[in-house]
Each structure stands twice: as structure tokens, then as C-alpha cells.
Ligand binder design. Sequence first.
Ligand code: DLL
Length: 436
Amino acid sequence: MMFQPDLETLPREELERLQLRRLQTQCARVYANVPFYRRRFDEIGVTPDDIKSLNDLKLLPFTEKQDMRNNYPFGLLAMPRESIVRLHASSGTTGKATVVGYTRRDIDNWADCMARSLAMAGLSAKDIIHVAYGYGLFTGGLGAHYGVERLGATAIPASGGSTKRQAQLIRDFGTNGICCTPSYALHVYDAAQEQGIDLKQLPLRVGVFGAEPWTEEMRHDMEQKMGIQALDVYGLSEIMGPGVAMECAEGRSGLHIQEDHFLAEIIDPVTGEQLPAGERGELVITTLTKEGVPLIRYRTRDITSLNHTPCPCGRTFAKLHRFTGRTDDMLIIRGVNVYPSQIESILLETEGVSPHYQIIVTREGALDNVEVQVEVSGSNFSDTIKELQRRENAIQKSIKEFLGISSKVRLVEPRTIQRSEGKAVRVLDKRAKTDA
Ligand code: DLL
């Protein structure tokens, strides 16, 4: 069932007309109301009137995360501060936080996008939905929560933490859907196992997982042990929060981007040139309806491709390929480019290891060293040292063969790798920053 079928199935031509009209309005608004954008447009000599077709998007300047930091906290607001009803902020591991303000209409559109996303996963007003994304300045908790309520379903605002109790609540309430990061879902699964709660036997049938990269192999693993359909949801606080794009249960092959609200392009991250459909590159998003902080050609740094082939679900919105990583997640190991997700795929294809892992990069002299720590799965803990070594060697060999890097693989005891309540920390890069 679609939440807003009229919009979600708009014929392409009509959709593009709507996008162009909204793009023109958006450009006029930021030019008039945001000094930063007026300066940027003036610098390259473009005015909102130059946007005559969607193709003219190319004329507009990019916006980057640094621009948001430079305008901290309220410099990019396109509306008076009084009309902002909520702020979210991403903590940001480096530098200042980025702050995003939402008007009442922004919150309203976000709830619609998220309700559409939950409906895409096969959830409806009849369901009980457990929200274990963190509530707070992070957009995950409140974003999903408003979507559940907009759908008319029953929201359980669990947030992160008290993981044992979360498993009990899922059992006691007969919960149907869970929204959280895939790594936290595994944590909840472990906590359920420890208490003798078998998620497979419960009414739980769908997971809406996102906020961090996860692989197809991870999906299979989770579906199998939790007895659910695991679907991918994407979003970022700068653009809105969760629900910017969502995988549908029928297609399970890419995430429909909510094209009436967001205009997507894929660019070559080095040259900034637009890439044709199907090619992998950096996702750039222009918000079409945002009032509080509209963004023009925002460089997400996320790597994906765009696909326009019709989907069995009937939605006309283009699909983004499952994300393989971020341009700034890429590790350069002795000159070879490696994404953590590639290592994850290899690990999960190996028998007897769990999906809990960490990649540690150090530098000795001029050489990069990679150590991959991965937990053995519970039942294999009693294996002999010889057997463990055999498996370590096998994984090392696959990493060498498929990624071309030498690594040291270490199987560690179950529950020794730090669990996270939100986004998992997969990489510890201990090389001096000046070397990066
Ligand atoms: O993570 C919003 C969100 C909450 C999305 C809940 C989905 C579910 P930020 O903290 O601003 O916002 O982080 C955004 O997380 O640029 C991606 O790099 C990454 N990310 C989000 N969803 C996915 C996904 C939220 N499904 C950043 N696959 C984005 C891969 C994802 N990466």
C-alpha cells in the first residue's frame, strides 16, 4: 500500500514539471533570503531566472558541509528564526556541528516522507512500530517517530539503550516493525537470544534499517536469524533526516528517492561533472520544498548510482543503488582504495564469524597495516586454535584476492567488540592525520 499514491506514481513528465517549478521557486527564495547563496550565485554570474529547465541545474553552485559549518548556527536559514519550530544538529566528529532548522511545513513534509517509507516496507496503520533510533538532536528517532504517527500506526519511542528491555518490549507488545541502525538491530537480537526470546517466533516482520552503510550479505544474515524482511532507509540531517529515500518491499533493489521533494544528481566526485544514469558517483541533492534551510546541490559524499527502470511496486520515483560508502570513508591502504563495506561482504561470506567487526589501520614507518577483528559466532567459540587459525588465514586470503591488500585477520571472542546504540564504528584509523 502506498501512503500518497497520487504523488508516488506521478507520470515522469508531470513529475519533472513539478520539479522544475519547485526548483525555480527554491532558487528565487534562497537568492532573496540567504546572503550566502546570493553571493555564490553572483560569484559565478547566475541568477534564478537562468533556470529554464532541469538541465540548467548544472549552472548552479554546489553546497558542501563546510558551508554549513561556516554559517553556524543560523546563517543558512531562509526564513525568520521565529518560523522555525525545531532544530536538529549532527554532532560531527570534526569541527563544528551542522545545524538544520525546520518550519512547521518542513516537519509536515518529513512526516509524509517517512510515512511513505514505512508503507513501502509493508507497514500500515494496523501495526506496532518500535523506534530504536536515538531520540534527540540526531534526526533518526524523532524522524521515524513522526512518520509512524503520520501513518497512523502505534509508535514505541524506545530510543537507544536498555537493550535487554527493548527485546522484552518487542515480545510483550507483539511489535510488527522495528526502526534502528542495522548494527543496533544485531545488538537487540543478541540481547533477545540471551533471554531466550526467539525473534523468529514473534509477530515482528519488518526492519527499517539505515543511518549507516550495510551490505546485502548483512541483510541476508539479519533476515535469516530474525525472521524479518530487512529494508534499507536513507537520509541525512542536512537534507531532512530519515526518509529521503527508501527501499520498497516489492523491488528490494535500490531506494526510491522522494523526487517530489528532492532532486538527485550523481557526479564525478573529482571533476564535479554530472554522470549518466547507472554510473556510480557522489550523490548530490537539491531540496525542492524545504523552507527552513533549503540546500542547492548539496554534496552528500555518499556513493551510489541512479536508476530509472520501472519498479514492480508501481512507484515512478527513481531508485538509488544501495550505498557502498562515502567518499570520505574510503581507506587508502598502501595506495589501494578500499571501502569498509567490501571487507564486510567478505567477512559475512565466511562461515562461523558474526557480523560484529572492526577494521584497525596503523602505520609503521611508511607502511600501512590493516588488522581486521571479527567475532566468532557463539556456537563456534569452542573451536580449536588450529581451526580458528585456518579460518583467519582463509579470510586473509579472500581479502588479498578480492581487494588486493594484505591484512591481519584476528578472530575474537563473542561480545568483545564494542556495541553501539547508534552508528557502528567500523574503522579505527590510527594513522597520523597529517599523513592522510
Ligand atoms: O543518519 C539520518 C538517518 C536516520 C537515516 C535514520 C536513516 C535512518 P546523519 O546522522 O546526518 O543522518 O548521517 C547521514 O549517514 O550521509 C550516509 O553517509 C549515512 N547513511 C544514512 N543512511 C544510510 C544508508 C542520518 N541507508 C549519513 N546506507 C549519510 C548507507 C547511510 N549510509
